[in-house]
Write a new protein. Structure first.
Length: 160
């Protein structure tokens, strides 16, 4: 009986040691979209290798961290984030239900959602270039469809 009591008190005392503490999350990040816990987080380098294996039509549910390269200057309805090799991922938001602040370039973000690869039309590329504030010359220079690394975010955490 004493051994059982000793074992139970040991379990109660040390049960919190293995738990992940997410209590500081809200102090470090501002959240938009659906709330999520930061678990199984991929770096931009790890995400880059995941994209290498995706084909048009494939999807992959992931959580990954990257830096914002650009944001829609009209509403904050999309953003581009960087991969380690210099390529960018076009991030849109699930059901157009939330936006990000328009001034978060160079900030770290953590996103949860679906990674996929698409072919983007010339018309769509020009639309996004205009939203990003590109010059008319830069917009008209877009003449070919492009393969785009894409991400549909369910939630985004923006580092404060």
């Amino acid at each position: 009986m004493n051994a059982l009591l000793l074992f139970c008190s040991f379990l109660i005392t040390f049960s919190g040691i293995a738990q992940v503490d997410n209590s500081g999350e809200s102090e470090m990040y501002t959240s938009v979209g659906e709330e999520f816990k930061i678990e199984n987080l991929l770096s931009a380098t790890q995400m880059q290798s995941r994209y290498e294996n995706l084909k048009v039509g494939d999807t992959l549910q992931v959580t990954f961290k990257s830096d914002v390269v650009s944001v829609c200057k009209k509403k904050g309805c999309w953003m581009n984030v960087a991969l380690e090799d210099g390529r960018e991922v076009m991030v849109k938001f699930k059901d157009y239900a939330f936006f990000v602040p328009k001034d978060i370039e160079n900030k770290e973000v953590i996103m949860e959602g679906k990674a996929y690869v698409t072919e983007m039309s010339v018309e769509d590329q020009r639309h996004y270039a205009e939203d990003a504030g590109k010059s008319p010359q830069e917009v008209t220079a877009i003449t070919q469809p492009s393969v785009t690394l894409s991400f549909l975010a369910e939630g985004v955490k923006i580092k404060k």
